[in-house]
Design a protein around this ligand. Structure first.
Ligand code: NAD
Length: 477
């Protein structure tokens, strides 16, 4: 039984929600000229949070023109040291408004406040601080003595880490002297709009950052706009492929950060208690809405029973519920649509013969919820072992030898991340060399740092974000 905790809700009074939001173009919030509006709801309660603008092609064009003007006249010619001052200022304001941003993110996305407060928002500030530091040192980054910005970046991001993905996109772009038009995901626009206010607060020159809200059509209008020099996309492999086709034959530079189906590999000499925490963090962090989630557990056969037994006991202690409660471990599924996808693929898992087990927990009546779930008896051919579920669902497979673990781990169309749990340093290095994944974590999982590049192999995309490597995507080097 889970230990009983009294509710400890974080107050939402720090957030000043408006009933409706315009688009952020050329330094000001403006009305749409050819778009519409839609409602953004809280996934935990289905309460309408605000009316959001769905930008039309004319709005996107205005935003790209504003970004072009700002690049030509102000931001492009500005010295790196001057640009850095703005980025440091933004980073400091992000820290000052951290609590407000964490509450807003949890309200809009459904993720637990302890994650938005302790992971998302601190990392957002850290990425701005990190790239602010590069702005006046680009000549020493290994891309020639005087690398130039590309121009206008069109950036499209998903809903799982709304503000963090914004930071991964905007901080390096601005540090390198580019201006941006960013489109947040349709279910999570609010922190991007709060970021627009922060740009105003930091006196960022108008047009350097533009935020156009909307859904797929707005994203398409942005990435296909003729005057965009660089496209940066994070989202599903399907949309990533469509974007790659749309920009083929143009001069646009592209980076794509797409889906994943990571193997989290536990050897029999692993520190089992830590490995259990790593498995839980790997798949239940952010409700499993994580591109690099450890959604395939590969456990060595000799310890499989023990690991599963302990994992189930640990899962039974996870608290699922109100994202704003500081005790909550697993929050709400981001949308009704995503919940339907998770349910459908889980039913396929059962139909294919895998055994399903969910942690006993009471789910709230309103809102979108799915209990932490594992499937055992999974074979490599099962769809739940091959397709991204993007929810709190773990597929468990076993192996006998390191070679078999590598073969199974690499048997996927994706290649974003992997985890290795073992006592032996030499085995970690050997495995890291064999695994076809952009990030390999050893005796840990889901660790992020602005100095560390992140990106995929195969259908997980191309290009790297973060670290010195992340600069390359925004420089004419
Ligand atoms: P999605 O591809 O449906 O949407 C992502 C974004 O693209 C949204 O802003 C959406 O409005 C926009 N979009 C949709 N159609 C478009 C089009 N034709 N042209 C341009 N933009 C378009 O994905 P999602 O459901 O929002 O996010 C989940 C996916 O994102 C998962 O597959 C996950 O693995 C992936 N993801 C990857 C990373 C990474 O760094 N590799 C990080 C987070 C999420």
């Amino acid at each position: 039984m889970a230990f009983e905790y009294a509710p400890a809700p974080e107050s939402r009074s720090i957030v000043d929600l408006q009933s409706s939001y315009g688009l952020f173009i050329d330094g000001a919030f403006v009305d749409t000229t050819d778009g519409r509006s839609f409602k953004s709801v809280s996934p935990a309660t289905e309460e309408v949070l605000a009316e959001i603008t769905e930008a039309g092609p004319g709005d996107v064009d205005r935003a790209v023109k504003a970004a072009r003007r700002a690049h030509t006249r102000v931001w492009g010619p500005m010295s790196g040291a001057e640009r850095a001052k703005y980025l440091y200022r933004i980073a400091r304001i992000l820290q000052e408004r951290a609590r407000e941003l964490a509450v807003l993110e949890s309200l809009d996305n459904g993720k637990p406040i302890k994650e938005s407060r302790d992971v998302d928002v601190p990392l957002v500030a850290a990425y701005f601080f990190y790239y602010a530091g590069w702005a006046d040192k680009l000549g020493y980054a290994g891309f020639g003595p005087n690398p130039k910005s590309l121009g206008v970046a069109g950036q499209v991001i998903p809903w799982n880490f709304p503000l963090l993905m914004l930071a991964w996109k905007i901080a390096p772009a601005l540090a390198c002297g580019n201006t941006v038009v960013l489109k947040p995901a349709e279910t999570t626009s609010l922190t991007a709009l709060a970021f627009a206010e922060i740009c105003q607060q930091a006196d960022l020159p108008p047009g350097v950052v533009n935020i156009v809200t909307g859904a797929g059509d707005t994203g398409r209008a942005l990435v296909e706009h003729d005057d965009v020099d660089k496209v940066a996309f994070t989202g599903s492999t399907e949309v990533g492929k469509a974007i790659a086709r749309a920009v083929a034959g143009t001069d646009k530079k592209v980076t794509l950060e797409l889906g994943g189906k990571a193997a989290n590999i536990v050897f029999d000499d692993a520190p089992i208690d830590q490995a259990i925490e790593g498995i839980v963090n790997g798949i239940f962090f952010n409700q499993g809405h994580v591109c690099c989630a450890g959604s395939r557990l590969l456990v060595q056969e000799s310890v499989a029973d023990e690991v599963l037994d302990r994992l189930k006991r640990r899962m039974a202690t996870l608290r699922v519920g109100d994202p704003l409660d500081k005790n909550t471990d697993v929050g709400a599924i981001n949308s009704a649509e995503q919940l339907a996808k998770i349910r459908a693929l889980s039913e396929v898992g059962e139909a294919e013969g895998a055994e399903r087990w969910s942690a006993p927990c009471e789910l709230p009546e309103r809102g979108f919820w799915f209990p932490p779930t594992i499937f055992t008896g999974v074979s490599q051919a099962h769809r739940i072992a091959r397709e991204e579920i993007f929810g709190p669902v773990l597929s468990v497979l076993t192996f006998r030898t390191p070679a078999e673990a590598v073969e199974k781990a690499n048997n996927t169309p994706f290649g974003l991340s992997a985890g290795v749990w073992t006592d032996k340093g030499s085995r970690i290095l050997w495995m890291a060399n064999q695994l076809r994944a952009g990030v390999v974590w050893a005796n840990t999982f889901n660790r992020f740092d602005p100095t560390s590049p992140f990106g995929g192999y195969k259908e997980s995309g191309y290009g790297r974000e973060g670290g010195r490597h992340g600069l390359e995507a925004y420089l004419n080097a």
